[in-house]
Structure formats: structure tokens, C-alpha cells
Design a protein around this ligand. Structure first.
Ligand SMILES: O=C[C@H](O)COP(=O)(O)O
Length: 251
């Protein structure tokens, strides 16, 4: 199955609402309606409604949140929930991003819970998996990503699994300027695809987009996107500038 590429911007802790307005004025002037791509923005929760407003006339563009809590409501100061994300019009939620795992201590058990809540809330989870440099050098990449994938899917039924998005982001490539080669990315995407096939079968697994993330820029985006089993890109730093992002989405 040939999937429509998913090109996603993870703004992390960048871009105030004022910055976002300026970004979209410049970006939308350069990028007309894109039928052949699914374009996704993950702004901060505070900037999200400004992004939704800026995209009012572009309903084909998806907006998502970078994280949700493991409970839907309650005494959890500082958190955001699936209910809130859905209410505001978000369609997709990042889960298990390497910064959540390695900076904020998100465990596999937490990703299991979040994936289930997001699927029950009828939003699309984008599960992120990836190995550290140490794990890679120890030859443990496949084992690590398979474990993270299996935890993410543990409480989903097969229909829910068929509706997820997946992102492979080697931790050593994130924000470092060191990108996986298209061959490296394809190899691990292949590992993930085979794990999905054994969970939900050939047909459903072929419909799950697997994105690559880690120091993607306008110089390497086309090559990565052309690699076998790479169905999209999840981009941090290079998505912050409207001109750079416009050239990546057209890659
Ligand atoms: O979610 C995006 C990734 O963490 C990649 O970030 P980066 O493009 O700045 O390396």
C-alpha cells in the first residue's frame, strides 16, 4: 500500500502565540493546499488555539498536542488531558517522545496507559520509539524499539492499532545534527513494520505510517522520505522557521 506521507512539525517548547501568527502568515503564503501530504503541527498547549485559528481555512492540516496526562481529569497541576485535547480540536497526540522518556522519566507503563486513553478518546496517537547511542553501540536497537512498540500497543485492540501513527527517532540523532542515513532509517522501520505485521497482519500494518525523526532538514528530507518503509518525517528544529518548513513539506 502506498501511504500519503505524513509531515509533522514538533515545535517542542518554542513559539509563543505571537510567534505562531507570524509563522503562519509567512508559511501559508508559500504552501497552497497539499493533497498529497498529511501535514501535522504539534505546538505547545498554550499556542495551540492560535494555531487552530491560523488554520481555520485549512482543515486538511492536522493539529496535535505534544503530551497528555495518564488520567483524564483530577488534581494534576500543570497537566493536559485527552478530553481537553479533543475538546479544543486536536486530532493527534505524541506519546513517548524521547524528551518525555529521557528528560521527564516517562516509562513504558505510562506510554501503555496514554496510548489506551488516546485511542479510547478517538484521537490518533503518534507513538515515538528510539534507542540511545549506548543502546545502539551495544547492538540493542531492534530489541529496544520492539519493546517500546509492544508497550505502546499493549492495551489496544487490533482496530485501534491499525489507526496509530509511529515515529522512529534515534535519541542520538535528535537535535544533534547527526542524522540516521536513509539505510539506517529503513532498516529499523523494517523491524517496526514486521512487528506490526505480526500483531495485526499484513494489510493493517501496511496502513500504519512510520515517520522518521532526528535532525531532518531541508537538505536531507527528500532522501529520507524516499527510503523504503519511511512514510513521513517528524521534525523539530527545522520546523520552526517558516521558509525552512515550507521547503521540507514540499520535499
Ligand atoms: O520530534 C522531533 C524530534 O525530536 C526531532 O528533533 P530535531 O529535528 O530537532 O532533531
Amino acid at each position: 500500500m502506498h501511504l500519503k506521507p505524513v509531515i509533522a512539525a514538533n515545535w517542542k517548547l518554542n513559539h509563543t502565540p505571537t510567534d505562531a501568527k507570524a509563522f503562519f502568515q509567512r508559511f501559508l503564503a508559500q504552501v497552497p493546499k497539499l493533497n498529497e501530504r498529511t501535514l501535522v503541527f504539534f505546538p505547545s498547549a498554550i499556542t495551540l488555539t492560535t494555531v487552530m485559528d491560523a488554520l481555520r481555512d485549512r482543515p486538511e492540516v492536522w493539529v496535535g498536542v505534544q503530551n497528555v496526562h495518564t488520567e483524564v481529569q483530577g488534581a494534576f497541576t500543570g497537566e493536559n488531558s485527552v478530553l481537553m485535547a479533543r475538546d479544543v480540536g486536536a486530532r493527534v497526540v505524541l506519546v513517548g517522545h524521547s524528551e518525555r522518556r529521557h528528560v521527564f522519566g516517562e516509562t513504558d507503563a505510562m506510554t501503555t496507559r496514554k496510548m489506551a486513553l488516546i485511542a479510547q478518546g478517538r484521537l490518533t496517537p503518534m507513538l515515538c520509539v528510539g534507542e540511545t547511542l549506548e543502546e545502539r553501540e551495544a547492538g540493542r536497537t531492534a530489541e529496544v524499539v520492539e519493546r517500546q512498540l509492544s508497550a505502546g500497543l499493549a492495551e489496544l485492540d487490533d482496530v485501534q492499532v491499525g489507526a496509530i501513527m509511529l515515529a522512529y527517532e534515534p535519541v542520538w540523532a535528535i537535535g544533534t545534527g547527526r542524522t540516521a542515513t536513509p539505510d539506517d532509517a529503513s532498516e529499523i522501520h523494517g523491524v517496526l513494520r514486521r512487528a506490526l505485521v505480526s500483531r495485526v497482519g499484513e494489510k493493517a500494518a501496511a496502513g500504519i505510517p512510520i515517520l522518521y525523526g532526528g535532525s531532518v532538514n531541508r537538505g536531507n528530507a527528500s532522501q529520507l522520505l524516499a527510503a523504503p518503509d519511511v512514510d513521513g518525517l517528524l521534525v523539530g528544529g527545522a520546523s520552526l522557521d517558516a521558509d525552512s518548513w515550507a521547503s521540507i513539506v514540499r520535499a
